[in-house]
Design a protein around this ligand. Structure first.
Ligand code: GLN
Length: 308
């Protein structure tokens, strides 16, 4: 059998299973199994697959069968790119979404200066962290910014770097986050805390709290793609009947965990751009702003805690 025939076989299996973008996904699996890029493929596609690569061919068939069961590509390959970084993922965490990069970019734009100006270690809490993609990409880019600014300042010694806590109720999710802490060598600045929102943070305060909590209304989950509804953790998606359960709790409880002038950043669903700011306003937050994602949908809410 030739390489081209095998790839085509995989494409057909995914197409029959109604996988969206079946050609692209077949290619990713193929390229993973044979460590081949596009250039090599075009060079060898009409060549017979040699004996020593038959195992790779069998692996490709096996992974294509998994994808045909609508297991997400990222769970099969064990990774997802987010903010230009490759995160480890499995079935215990929500796969990082591109929409969520809007949240990270909003936090970076809003907090960079506060991190540099901090006279004591700046503290950030990522609630419902899952894979850790939000807190860890913030750690990577805040560190880069700090290093760049240190150079601009002629190598002036800065105070300690930011302290970043990654929290989740799921122990299994935190194991994924811990793997990512190791992957990006962030042990010095980041650690995980198992907690049901703020329960384990009594008496602790932060400069910034950021969260992408579960926000899909329970009744909507059944209408999502099989990849999401059957293979991603319900606990990471389900925001209860109206999707707002976590925003209610966070807006009530965040205040006592923010320093005066501290900021709260939340990812929201496209249709929550009025309800979530209202909840935050009622809880005493001010300077409430809504940001849109690249698709033009409401996606992020930023709010400030006035303190005293
Ligand atoms: N944006 C995700 C989705 O559409 C949901 C994320 C969440 O509930 N926090 O599947």
């Amino acid at each position: 059998m030739r390489y081209r025939e095998l790839l085509l076989e995989g494409e057909k299996a995914l197409q029959a299973a109604k996988v969206p973008e079946y050609e692209l996904d077949a290619w990713y699996l193929f390229s993973h199994c044979f460590s081949m890029d596009r250039g090599a493929y075009f060079l060898y596609m009409e060549t017979e697959i040699p004996g020593e690569r038959l195992e790779a061919a069998e692996e490709f068939r096996r992974l294509a069968r998994q994808r045909a069961e609508r297991i997400p590509l990222q769970q099969i390959l064990g990774s997802q790119e987010f903010m230009g970084l490759s995160f480890f993922v499995n079935e215990q965490v929500l796969i990082p979404r591109q929409d969520t990069e809007t949240l990270v970019e909003t936090v970076l734009a809003g907090e960079k200066r506060a991190v540099l100006a901090a006279v004591r270690p700046y503290r950030l809490l990522d609630l419902c962290t899952g894979s850790g993609c939000i807190g860890l990409s913030l750690a990577v880019y805040l560190r880069k910014n700090k290093a760049a600014s240190g150079l601009r300042m002629g190598g002036r010694k800065e105070g300690g770097g930011p302290e970043i806590l990654l929290s989740d109720i799921s122990r299994e999710a935190l194991q994924v986050a811990e793997e990512n802490i190791r992957r990006f060598d962030l042990k010095d600045s980041c650690r995980t805390v198992q907690s049901d929102l703020f329960t384990e943070f009594s008496g602790e305060q932060f400069d910034c709290i950021v969260s992408n909590p579960p926000y899909i209304p329970s009744g909507v989950i059944g209408t999502l793609l099989p990849e999401v509804k059957d293979h991603e953790p319900k606990i990471a998606l389900d925001g209860s009947g109206d999707g707002l359960a976590f925003y209610r709790r966070i807006s009530r409880e965040a205040a006592e965990h923010l320093f005066p002038g501290g900021h709260l950043y939340l990812e929201i669903g496209w249709d929550q751009g009025e309800t979530v700011p209202k909840l935050l306003g009622e809880a005493g937050f001010f300077q409430i702003e809504v940001r849109k994602d690249l698709a033009g949908c409401d996606r992020v809410v930023k709010a400030e805690w006035p303190g005293v």
